[in-house]
Design a protein around this ligand. Structure first.
Ligand SMILES: Nc1nc2c(ncn2[C@@H]2O[C@H](COP(=O)(O)OP(=O)(O)OP(=O)(O)O)[C@@H](O)[C@H]2O)c(=O)[nH]1
Ligand SMILES: [Mg+2]
Length: 297
């Protein structure tokens, strides 16, 4: 039976906020990547694994490609392109009814001469008219030779099955790289930190999220209870005040929502203790970024 096995590495790439992480979660049928309506949500490439019969898909969700303004940004873009280097197939995600931006032209330039199959995934079709979708296809088609164009709604799970059935024909590795029931290679601590960061993104205003990082100082499992102590780092004392909120309301919500998600993910009770700290300009500090796990060495 094993001799029919095939697996392949699939890189999901695109500018921030087009729905890459949502697409990954939908393909896996499980939420492993955090999602928010703010750009630059994903900071580091993460692996999602889907095994269906004899086929193992090894996806990497990558940080959105953008013009970096900080060392963290540099790291994010580098991490995205290095995922493409190891891929058998690329899913280039764009948004329906949006003209190719300079960022997209840059990505195309990068992908063009790699000799990899590149699928143009036009996302968010649930929110756009058919006519607009046709225009997006016309806008992108002349820019490079895509293996195929697949319109989808990652949010509503439309067209996503087509991606899965199409791309596996490019898989050549005659074995599985991961156990069949594994869905991600992210350590549990990292998932906990990411879920907390997602709640900060969702509960605070624009300027705060980009400067926050979350570290897990303690993660202990006893019987059916996981206890987590996490530190939230932000860049300014005023940001600390916003994250804590009036009478501690915001931080309380961050903790409650994160606990609900993590209890579902881990399948047991979770206790979360959150602390907020200020670390000025950490996004430009190599050592701080490394401490927060944003490093490639
Ligand atoms: N209407 C609609 N919204 C979507 C769809 N897919 C994603 N979104 C929304 O788009 C926003 C961004 O989604 P993400 O999955 O975080 O996007 P991303 O490309 O991973 O973003 P970065 O990690 O910042 O690069 C969220 O508010 C999603 O709910 C879709 O198919 N339809
Ligand atoms: Mg993302």
């Amino acid at each position: 039976m094993d001799e029919n096995r095939k697996s392949g590495f699939v890189s999901i790439i695109g500018r921030p906020n087009v729905g890459k992480s949502t697409l990954l979660n939908t393909m896996l049928g499980e939420k492993i990547a955090i999602v928010s309506k703010k750009p630059q949500t994903t900071r580091t490439s993460i692996t999602g694994i889907l095994t269906e019969g004899d086929i193992q898909y090894i996806f990497t969700d990558t940080p959105g490609i953008h013009k970096p303004r900080t060392r963290l940004g540099d790291y994010m873009v580098k991490s995205a392109y290095s995922s493409v280097s190891g891929a058998d197939v690329v899913l280039f995600v764009v948004e329906a009814d949006t003209k190719p931006s300079p960022t997209e032209l840059g990505i195309i330039d990068n992908l063009k001469n790699r000799g990899l199959p590149v699928y143009l995934i036009i996302n968010k079709i649930d929110a756009k008219s058919k006519e607009k979708l046709g225009q997006t296809i016309l806008d992108y088609s002349p820019l490079m030779e895509f293996t195929d164009v697949i319109p989808v709604s990652a949010l509503k799970n439309e067209g996503v099955d087509i991606i899965l059935s199409e791309i596996s024909r490019h898989f050549t590795e005659p074995r599985f790289f991961f156990p069949e029931d594994m869905i991600t290679d992210q350590p549990e601590r990292m998932i906990a930190a990411e879920v907390i960061r997602e709640k900060i993104l969702r509960l605070t205003d624009d300027e705060i999220p980009h400067g926050t990082a979350v570290t897990i100082e303690e993660f202990t499992e006893k019987k059916d209870l996981i206890s987590i102590r996490a530190e939230i780092f932000c860049e300014k004392p005023s940001h600390k005040g916003i994250i804590i909120g009036k009478n501690g309301e915001t931080i309380k919500k961050i903790g409650t929502f994160a606990r609900e998600d993590l209890e579902e993910f881990f399948g047991c009770r979770v206790y979360i203790d959150l602390w907020v700290k200020v670390k000025k300009n950490w996004r430009d500090s190599v050592s701080a970024a490394r401490n927060f796990g944003y490093t490639d060495d």
